[in-house]
Design a protein around this ligand. Structure first.
Ligand code: ADP
Ligand code: ZN
Length: 625
């Protein structure tokens, strides 16, 4: 068997994705490797395929207990002998697992880093043939990263204590240049094959919306996407509870998660979500670490998160199966205030000096700013994200709201000029609210108190409304004509770029979104091109078959006490509707159907398809040919 046979037989795929082959070849040639690939890129395959081709055992160090269980379940489903050893098992279960492992029962063993230094585990490892040691979430070893875990340093001592040094493979989704160097250095990777694939997730659609009533927006969205699984992130527990109640009242099958619930509630709710018993989850950012649910079709942020790092990580939980998915952010100006409040009330680590605390605070403000500009920009959203993470995207991705939305070009040179003079007149000492209020000639007590009424700029933009002025100020911020200081006062200041434009008498043109995006829906009410989803690939007959296959999957999941997506991914079910397999040979061509999965479930899915089609192949999708 070679790597292709393994990929098909156990995982049901016929091709490798970008980067996978390089890493697998590297490992099989006996080299250390480091793979930096975004969530959903398929890192697991990179070590699981070679693990099955190497003579000995592969140990996988992973920090997330729930993820281990998921991975091991999925591997066992695929017919691979695997086990995990961590603190969720009792002492006697651990001894049993180690006994079986020593007897050569498992090809792949997942283990928590703390376990590595225990006497029993070390004894087992020293007596066994360990072909590879895989370090998942490898960035945890770097003290420069956000998620440094001291227990990861144990990996290094562990390797030293093994009789023979195994191949070392390390994987992570997030690594700056410093963290990357750190991983290589601390883990002691020897001339590793390093592979960095782009951070772009092509199957994700990005949009920022500013609905007047966020609740209604979410309710409609959930109804329009009934039976699809999604996560809705809110900034606070209070928001989670309120939205949860509203969705329940609309009979949407929803559950919730935040740190204020009891452990038992959290466990139950998480399970309801994972098993698709309640496919919609409303949660704070406490939810998601270690959740590997691959069929999440949308992630909605009810509030803007604190940083683009957080946003991309949370939004990235959509579409891990590679199928189309949507990432929506519902922005309102209040979100900035909520976040500033959350930053202010953040617990402060007593080990930091005052100076360090200020530096951290400034960094947080800077991140919040980047996030806020994401919500305001009229450029391609994907390009904005990739640029921030140091990558070059295309100028227009064609798969985000800003790329498909229609804009009006408005000349705002004169207004912008007044804004700049106003900021100058008050000697760059005030924030956006004061400036906008002043230009609009607002009669607020605060403005009076500051003595604003006596300035020339006061009321000069009347009858423009304050909100319109703010929009233009926002655009000027995004374009770098103005900036806001990164302290807690958020003072509005003028940049050199603005001076330059004024001096050279250049026009300032802004793109103003027209109300409706270009291609929202066609006559049948179906979303068009840029936003295609499964419901757009399949015609109504195909959708019906899809629903039946999904019901069957739900039943099997219940029987086996297994999350549905571990039985088959959504993408696999769609591919069944596209190919309409009528026998075993055809079924094995479906993506995600390997031999072992076929032996377990193939016949039941074939029966379902035969029953629906009567053995006559119809076209169930809007494809060519
Ligand atoms: P990561 O760990 O990088 O976030 P996973 O290993 O969980 O990603 O893989 C994400 C999804 O992609 C899984 O459903 C996996 O089965 C699927 N996948 C991985 N490799 C391939 C491939 N070569 N062809 C099709 N699907 C794949
Ligand atoms: Zn775009």
């Amino acid at each position: 068997m070679d790597k292709f046979d393994i990929l098909k037989k156990y995982f049901g795929y016929s091709e490798f994705r970008e980067g996978q082959e390089n890493l697998i070849d590297g490992i099989l040639a006996g080299r250390d490797v480091l793979g930096i690939m975004p969530t959903g890129a398929g890192k697991s395959i990179c070590y699981q395929v070679p693990a099955l081709l190497m003579p000995g055992i592969t140990l996988v160090v992973s920090p997330l207990i729930s993820l281990m269980k998921d991975q091991v379940q999925a591997l066992n489903q695929a017919g691979v002998h695997a086990a995990y050893i961590n603190s969720s098992l009792s002492e006697s279960q651990i001894s049993k697992a180690l006994r079986l492992a020593a007897a050569g029962q498992y090809k792949i063993i997942y283990v928590a880093p703390e376990r590595l230094e225990t006497y029993d585990f070390l004894t087992f490892a020293r007596q066994s043939d360990i072909s590879m040691l895989t370090v998942d979430e490898a960035h945890c070893i770097s003290q420069w990263g956000q998620d440094f875990r001291p227990s990861y340093l144990k990996i290094v001592q562990f390797i030293r204590q093994l009789g023979k040094r195994p191949v070392i493979s390390a994987f992570t989704a997030t690594a700056t240049e410093t963290v990357k160097e750190d991983i290589i250095c601390v883990l002691g990777l020897q001339e590793p094959e390093v592979l960095v694939t782009g951070f772009d997730r092509k199957n994700l659609y990005f949009a920022v919306e500013t609905p007047k009533k966020k609740d209604n927006y979410v309710i409609n969205y959930c109804k329009e996407h009934a039976a699809e699984s999604g996560i809705i992130y809110c900034a606070t527990r209070k928001n989670v509870d309120a939205l949860y109640e509203k969705l329940c009242a609309e009979r949407i099958s929803v559950t919730r998660y935040h740190a204020g619930l009891t452990g038992e509630e959290r466990r139950q709710n998480q399970e309801d979500f994972i098993f698709d018993t309640r496919p919609v989850m409303v949660a704070t950012n406490a939810f998601g670490m270690g959740i590997d649910k691959s069929n999440v079709r949308y992630v909605i942020h009810y509030n803007m998160p604190q940083s683009l790092e957080n946003y991309y990580q949370e939004a990235g939980r959509a579409g891990r199966d590679g199928g189309k998915a949507e990432c929506l952010l519902l922005y309102s100006a209040q979100d900035v205030m909520i976040n500033r409040f959350l930053l202010d009330s953040k617990e402060q680590n007593a080990e930091y000096t005052q100076e360090e605390l200020e530096a951290l605070r400034e960094r947080d403000e800077e991140r919040l700013k980047t996030m806020t500009y994401y919500c305001m920009t009229s450029h391609c959203l994907r390009e904005y994200i990739l640029h921030y993470f140091g990558e070059k995207g295309s100028v227009r991705c064609g798969n985000c709201l800003n790329c498909i939305r229609e804009y009006e070009e408005v000349d705002v040179t004169e207004t912008a000029g007044h804004i700049i003079s106003c900021i100058r007149e008050v000697r760059q000492r005030y924030g956006i609210n004061v400036i906008a209020g002043m230009l609009a000639g607002d009669d607020r007590a605060k403005l009076r108190e500051y003595g604003m009424f006596s300035y020339q700029s006061y009321g000069i933009l009347k009858p423009m409304r304050e909100i319109e002025i703010k929009q233009i100020i926002n655009q000027m911020l995004v374009e770098g004509l103005l900036f806001v200081t990164s302290d807690k006062y958020s003072i509005l200041k003028i940049t050199e770029k603005a001076d330059d434009i004024i001096k050279n008498d250049r026009r300032i043109i802004f793109k103003k979104p027209k109300e409706e995006p270009k291609v929202e829906k066609d006559v049948s009410g179906r979303k068009t091109a840029a936003k295609t989803r499964r419901s757009d690939i399949l015609n109504s007959r195909g959708l019906e078959l899809f629903e039946r296959l999904r019901d069957l999957r739900t039943n099997i999941a219940k029987e086996e006490n297994m999350p549905p997506y571990i039985i088959f991914a959504d993408k696999t079910l769609v591919d069944m509707c596209v190919r309409v397999p009528l026998d075993k040979k055809e079924m094995l061509k479906v993506t995600g159907v390997g031999e072992n999965k076929f032996n377990r479930y193939g016949e039941r899915f074939l029966d379902c398809i035969l029953e629906y089609t009567g053995g006559v192949r119809e076209k169930f999708y809007f494809g060519e040919g």
